[in-house]
Write a protein that binds this ligand. Structure first.
Ligand SMILES: C[S@@+](CC[C@H](N)C(=O)[O-])C[C@H]1O[C@@H](n2cnc3c(N)ncnc32)[C@H](O)[C@@H]1O
Length: 245
């Protein structure tokens, strides 16, 4: 009898839009053996799930169709790490995620009382959440302004960049200009949050027009493809090919 080996079939289990991440209990954790800056956090704060991440299903699709290509990620704007932990969990064991944030909040949060109350311990809470999620080997916090970080990290080669910092047109344009060179030449994927904001739409359309890029948008998420022509498309209900980079 001849045995036929079937090729392994990958199945995409789409996560809920309201992504709820797994985390350890709130028990005491010793940090002395963790890498810096995690080892200096004591006590580790109780887990705080707060965040704005609604792009889990889109990020998951990008990983599903390009998983072997994505080992190094840059996230600009992490807050308490809701998006950071999701992306961190999708990375392979030896993957790295550079999490860039001032941990001072954005101008947009000024009228958000819940967000304002978190500012005094924002960074410590981010580190604590990462420790409790057991992702300290993968997530490297860079406490810095985004544009300064882009200069400092010039030597890294990210396979994916997720932009989720300030949403005003000027900031988005500056972030696009600072981070696009890292992935230009089809070396990586540039995507981000906040497409619902008009200020973000203006920045993305202007940038993509100037650089002859195709902009793909849906819900609050966007990504860019290097096609040599400016166009704007929805990625919702598109063929799977749209997720290949
Ligand atoms: C909307 S929050 C990020 C939300 C997070 N990705 C999540 O999933 O919950 C925006 C973050 O961008 C950070 N931020 C704003 N301007 C920045 C800048 N110029 N450089 C670095 N981080 C900045 C803020 O401190 C804030 O934590």
């Amino acid at each position: 009898m001849m045995l036929v080996t079937m090729p392994a079939i990958k199945v995409l289990t789409v996560v809920e839009d309201n992504f709820i991440d797994m985390h350890a209990s709130n028990e005491f954790i010793a940090t002395s053996l963790l890498p810096p800056p995690y080892k200096d956090i004591q006590p580790v704060l109780p887990f705080d799930d707060h965040g704005w991440y609604k792009n889990a299903r889109w990020i998951q699709k990008i990983f599903f169709f390009n998983d072997t290509k994505i080992k190094t990620v840059v996230e600009v704007g992490s807050w308490l790490g809701k998006s950071t932990r999701h992306i961190g969990q999708l990375l392979p064991k030896n993957g790295k995620l550079y999490s860039i944030d001032t941990w001072k909040g954005s101008i947009e949060d000024a009228n958000d009382k819940v967000a304002q109350d978190k500012l005094p311990t924002l960074y410590e809470q981010f580190l604590s959440n990462t420790i409790r999620a057991k992702l300290t080997d993968k997530i490297i916090p860079i406490k810095s302004d985004s544009l300064l970080a882009a200069e400092t990290l010039a030597a890294i080669n990210p396979d994916l960049i997720y932009l989720d910092a300030a949403y005003d047109t000027d900031s988005v344009l500056k972030n696009l200009s600072a981070w696009y060179p890292f992935v230009k030449g089809k070396r990586g994927i540039l995507c981000g949050d906040n497409w619902y904001w008009d200020s973000v739409k203006i920045a993305l359309r202007r940038f993509c027009q100037e650089h002859n890029l195709a902009l793909y948008v849906g819900e609050n998420f966007w990504f860019i493809k290097e096609t040599g022509v400016f166009e704007e498309n929805s990625f919702i209900n598109q063929q799977d090919e749209v997720w290949f980079f």
